[in-house]
Design a protein around this ligand. Structure first.
Ligand SMILES: [Zn+2]
Length: 179
């Protein structure tokens, strides 16, 4: 299954073929908010679809020409958008490495939570993330609990998301219960 049935699909030009679909074995959790620390706008959608109006906010100037994406975005209300089919390579990890294997985009699925490192995520986001994670793990059983990581884990020193606000213990417990 390349798409999550509960997600709203959004056309996105920022992805390409995986070298091998059977390599998918890592789930990476991120956060993003655009403008920073503002929620509910269409900045994330604009960035991932290559349509961000860089004149709309002073912060956006540094995003000019940036081509990034994630497979899914989970908004504060738990709504999910899917930008890239799981079978394909989204551009979310950047320079990265997990257990000695670099280029995490090649073999991972990336999920963005609308949020910041320090503000608590919503209950609706945890519920949506748990359900989505369980769906993905059924399709890609190589994604064991130990292979669900934060962006900070695969790009230490460069990235901090999903940040101290993300409750890994609660999330893992909920995923375990739903297997
Ligand atoms: Zn990230």
């Amino acid at each position: 299954m390349n798409y999550y049935p509960s997600a709203v699909r959004v056309d996105c030009p920022h992805y390409d073929e995986r070298i091998n679909d059977s390599d998918v074995s890592l789930l990476v959790i991120h956060n993003i908010s655009l403008p920073p620390e503002e929620f509910g706008g269409d900045g994330i959608r604009g960035l991932f679809t290559g349509t961000l109006d860089i004149s709309a906010h002073s912060f956006y100037a540094q995003l000019k020409g940036v081509k990034v994406s994630a497979h899914c975005v989970i908004y504060r209300d738990g709504q999910i958008e899917q930008y890239v089919p799981f079978s394909h390579r989204a551009w979310h990890a950047g320079l990265s490495s997990f257990q000695g294997v670099s280029r995490c985009n090649d073999y991972s699925i990336g999920i963005e939570l609308e949020g910041t490192d320090t503000l608590a995520y919503t209950a609706a986001q945890y519920d949506a993330l748990v359900e989505l994670t369980c769906f993905i793990r059924k399709a890609y059983p190589r994604i064991t609990l130990g292979r669900i990581v934060g962006h900070n884990d695969i790009a230490p020193g460069r990235k901090t998301d999903p940040g101290i606000a993300f409750d890994w213990a609660y999330f893992r417990q909920q995923v375990n219960r739903n297997i």
